[in-house]
Ligand binder design. Structure first.
Ligand code: IFM
Length: 455
């Protein structure tokens, strides 16, 4: 079967500052919470850090040439807050702006549209020292930082994402403590959730106030379709709860100005006093919703956890890559559900992809056929959703290049460009990048069976 996307569909690839840049202490950049966290032995797989990462801070020109070679129309990257405002608040670092000026101008000179994210988890450590996201003032500091960037770049950049995956920031960073800043405190996580939403709303307002052209602004959420392990009433209830904790906890305040009732009633989430007064700010209208999706969540009832009466269940016989189940139909289901339940004007898939650690063959090729299979299936699911009326306007593959996968360090490879960390950081275009490049060129593809075996 042949599939073709609408002629104005936007194709891109995504990265994030801490995961690729390196240059962690250069040109006035201050430490972020990820520098602090990754430098503590035991926090990250084999104590890997982002000190050098893919060395994009020095190789950005080569990386932009590769984007050009692949015919990439759009590039999603993130600004590093500690490069721009090293203290988190106050003075702006001209060298930080210079780096992104060079990057943005180079992209534009090649006709590649920049699609930046303002916050992809690298909070300046100075702000964590003042309380981090559980502290209300951080929301305003974020809005000030957002305005600084928009003032400087909005003559050249139209599309902006405020925050990437606030669920990960609050739940993995402040509740489970497995991501920076490594805090394990439910109260802190609830406060962080609320202040991330507030920061987003304040930022949208501040950005529009200083913009040099009408902007397209959105937030990116990590969302998953949730399914029950069985039809039992308790498993169905588990679906409802998980959906509230993962999806509705951000979607409902953003679109309806309220937290899900079930969440409010639980002991686990106690939001800061007077939180309701912030909903008018949190619901400040945006232009699109960014969705990061990789897998579905299958859940069943469980009393193992003190607060959450469910557990994630890995169905037997399903297909897994190194981290997550591959289940493209669940992306279709998720998109249909968003269209049905929320008044979303436009959707961008701001991340989708898979980790497969295929290495370099003797002929210097990386034959990552399993990634091609994954991409084909998920992009076809996106296409099907568009056919069913879901307003998906673009797709960003995660990731342009192999990079630092947070607490898994360099043990995971999500890139369509291979980074040879051990051999001078050379870049090798993987088979999947050639496939994606052709897909962009043809604005679609012929569906094939690339890889029939289970992983
Ligand atoms: O690498 C991350 C990215 O930073 C956020 N979304 C998920 C990706 C894969 O885990």
């Amino acid at each position: 079967m042949e599939i073709r996307f609408p002629s104005d569909f936007l194709w891109g690839a995504a990265t994030a500052s801490y995961q690729i840049e390196g240059g962690w202490n250069e040109d006035g950049r201050s430490p972020s919470i990820w520098d602090t966290f990754s430098h503590v032995p035991g926090n990250v797989y084999q104590n890997h850090t982002g000190d050098i990462a893919a060395d994009h801070y020095h190789r950005w020109q080569e990386d932009v040439s590769l984007m050009k070679e692949l015919g990439l129309p759009c590039y999603r990257f993130s600004f590093a807050w500690p490069r721009i405002i090293p203290g988190g608040i106050g003075s702006v670092n001209p060298k930080g702006l210079d780096f992104y000026d060079r990057l943005v101008d180079e992209l534009l000179s090649f006709g590649i549209k920049p699609f930046p994210t303002l916050y992809h988890w690298d909070l300046p450590q100075a702000l964590e020292d003042k309380g981090g996201w559980p502290e209300r003032k951080t929301a305003q500091y974020f809005a000030d930082y957002a305005a600084t960037l928009v003032e400087h770049f909005s003559d050249r950049i139209e599309n902006w994402i405020t925050i990437n995956e606030p669920w990960v920031v609050s739940m993995l960073g402040y509740h489970e403590g497995v991501f920076a800043p490594g805090v394990k405190n439910q109260q802190a996580a609830a406060a962080a959730t609320h202040h991330l939403l507030l920061g987003h709303g304040l930022a949208v307002q501040a950005m529009r106030a200083v913009a040099r052209q009408p902007l397209q602004i959105g937030i990116t959420l990590n969302l998953s379709h949730v399914e029950a392990a069985t039809d039992s009433p308790t498993d169905l209830e588990a679906v409802h709860q998980r959906d509230a904790h993962l999806n509705r906890i951000f979607l409902d305040p953003l679109y309806f100005g309220k937290y899900p009732t079930e969440v409010i009633q639980e002991q686990a989430f106690v939001f800061p006093e007077g939180y309701e007064k912030d909903f008018p700010t949190i619901t400040t209208p945006t232009d699109f919703l960014g969705i990061n999706n990789y897998f579905r969540d299958v859940v069943r009832h469980s009393t193992n956890d003190h607060h959450f009466k469910y557990e994630i269940f890995q169905p037997k016989g399903s297909t897994y890559s190194e981290m997550w189940e591959m289940h493209a139909e669940s992306l279709f289901n998720l998109l249909m559900r968003i269209k049905q339940d929320y008044p979303v004007k436009a959707i961008y898939i701001t991340e989708n992809g898979t980790s497969v650690t295929d290495g370099i063959d003797a002929d210097n090729r990386v034959r990552d056929s399993r990634r091609i299979q994954y991409l084909q299936d998920y992009i076809a699911a996106t296409h099907k959703a568009i056919q069913h009326g879901v307003p998906v306007k673009g797709y960003f593959l995660w990731s342009l290049m192999d990079n630092y996968e947070w607490n898994k360090g360099y043990s995971r490879r999500f890139g369509i460009i291979f980074i040879d960390y051990e051999n001078g950081q050379r870049r090798i275009i993987k088979d999947s990048a050639h496939w994606y490049s052709k897909t962009i060129q043809n604005n679609g593809f012929q569906i094939k069976t690339y890889y029939a075996e289970p992983f």
